[in-house]
Write a protein that binds this ligand. Structure first.
Ligand code: 5FU
Length: 275
């Protein structure tokens, strides 16, 4: 796939969305394509994990609706850490409703996601109105959106024609707000990428379901190695949760494990540039 042969830094010029530009700049600056997912049960624990892994990642992914102790103080501290430790915040909200509803869910409620999260994501199942509803809120703030084109879990229905239609929906929406996909493969097939004034469309592919130890869990999660994701399947960002925050051995072990995944992801990226 042509995009995978271009260094992250050179891909910046193909983007106008501030969050896409920021992600690629951070990846290049910190030599990391690692995102850590902090799916722990309290905001306090999540901040502990972020302090440990922050130096190793380009992105921190949250599910803030998991926390039993969520308050706006959490997002304030996360934003502060994102500036200090240089990473982007991705609330993995997986919006899935009509445009009007998602615009309210994104801007309002307890979590006010658009006010602090650089990046979020949405299912394509409701149709393009979901992108319109979210972009109305997020685009003026410079936020970015990923569409879920595939999932890592066993038996996912996001395959084949669904995945292809999701790509087309993103392409039709334009890249001012939709900057890429949650996927297991390069769903932006080379022959479908449009060119304008010699510049090819560039999408960020982010892959969850990454682990160096386990092959999966008891609830359908499936893991691949960083190399399988980045070299074999062309992912740009690898997303790791339990493989990092779930490691036993205390604070230093979590930090070391994040570094191990960062190195594995970066070496895979350097390997694919030479293909
Ligand atoms: F869209 C997806 C997907 O297809 N698979 C996922 O696993 C999202 N995820 C998220 O990535 C999931 O909600 C978790 O937050 C994270 C994976 O966590 P793990 O602990 O590495 O399995």
């Amino acid at each position: 796939h042509p995009t995978t042969l271009i260094p992250y830094a050179e891909r910046i010029k193909a983007h106008t969305n501030p969050t896409a530009i920021k992600i690629l700049q951070i990846m290049d600056r910190k030599k990391t394509n690692l995102a850590v997912s902090v799916d722990v049960s309290t905001a306090a624990e999540a901040l502990e994990v972020v302090r440990r892994v922050g130096a190793s990642v380009c992105m921190v992914k949250t599910h803030v609706d998991i926390f039993e102790d969520f308050t706006p103080a959490f997002t304030e501290e996360l934003v502060r850490l994102s500036k200090k430790l240089d990473f982007v915040i991705f609330e993995d909200r997986k919006f899935a409703d009509i445009g009007n509803t998602v615009s309210l869910q994104y801007s309002s409620g307890v979590h006010k996601i658009a006010s602090w999260s650089d990046l979020t994501n949405a299912h394509s199942v409701p149709g393009p109105g979901i992108i319109a509803g979210l972009s109305k809120i997020g685009q003026p703030l410079g936020r970015g959106l990923l569409l879920l084109a595939e999932m890592s879990s066993k038996g996912s229905l996001a395959v084949g024609g669904y995945t292809e239609e999701t790509f087309k929906m993103a392409q039709e929406a334009g890249r001012e707000f939709v900057i890429g996909f949650i996927a297991q493969n390069r769903v932006d097939k080379a022959e479908l990428l449009k060119e304008k004034e010699g510049e090819r469309e560039d999408y960020l592919i982010m892959s969850p379901g990454v682990g160096l130890a386990a092959k999966g869990d008891s609830l359908g999660q499936q893991y691949r190695t960083p190399r399988e994701c980045v070299v074999d399947s062309g992912a740009d960002v690898i997303i790791v949760g339990r493989g990092i925050y779930g490691v036993s051995g205390g604070e230093a072990a979590v930090r070391d494990e994040a570094e191990r995944y960062r190195k594995a992801g970066w070496e895979a990226y350097e390997e694919r540039l030479k293909l």
